[in-house]
Design a binder for this molecule. Structure first.
Ligand code: RP5
Length: 181
């Protein structure tokens, strides 16, 4: 199966799991976020979950964001993952314009190590929630897994994949550290 790992967000459209109507939307504020967000795309690809990856900037392409968020539900998306760095408005603004669940991934920044991104995404006012993940790659991958967990609530095939992932993960943990350092 083609993975999105080595491709840009737009090229990832040709991948197998993206050929079906997407259920998960992965958006990011800049092409520079793709190095981290490709991890979310790769995980969804690996689990064959229909998804799309797009660059949508709250500050640089506000019209694109408006159209994306407003059309997301009617296009069949069930969950949106939004990643941004710095003054990271994208997840919150997306959540403001859709009732779909939105997960935010804070991208690590050079100046403040992603603390700026984290606080911008986490500190939403009451009534417009964004589920905020860890800064960087772990957050990107966990956002994908949370989105899968949500789909699994109403899709048995996805539930089986999700349970298999968790089982495999547990089985891969050794009981003791390796003898040689
Ligand atoms: C944010 O600004 C993006 O999400 C990115 O993390 C950050 C820097 O963007 P570039 O200047 O690299 O395009 O909007």
């Amino acid at each position: 199966m083609t993975t999105v790992a080595d491709e840009s967000p737009s090229q990832s459209e040709t991948s197998a799991a993206s050929a079906l109507a997407p259920q998960i939307g992965v958006i990011m504020g800049s092409a520079s976020d793709w190095d981290v967000m490709r991890e979310a795309g790769a995980l969804l690809e690996e689990m064959a979950i229909p998804h799309e990856c797009r660059i949508v900037s709250a500050h640089r392409t506000p019209d694109r964001l408006y159209h994306y968020a407003k059309s997301a539900k009617e296009r069949g998306l069930r969950v949106i993952i939004a990643a941004a760095g710095g003054a990271a408005a994208l997840p919150g603004m997306t959540a403001a314009m859709t009732t779909l669940p939105v997960f935010g991934v804070p991208i690590e920044t050079k100046t403040l190590k992603g603390l700026d991104s984290l606080l911008s995404i986490a500190q939403m006012p009451f009534g417009v929630p964004v589920g905020t993940l860890a800064i960087g790659r772990a957050g990107a991958k966990n956002a994908a897994l949370l989105a899968v967990a949500i789909l699994a609530l109403s899709d048995e095939a996805v539930a089986r994949k999700w349970e298999a992932f968790r089982k495999r993960q547990s089985e891969e943990v050794a009981e003791a550290p390796p003898k040689k350092p």
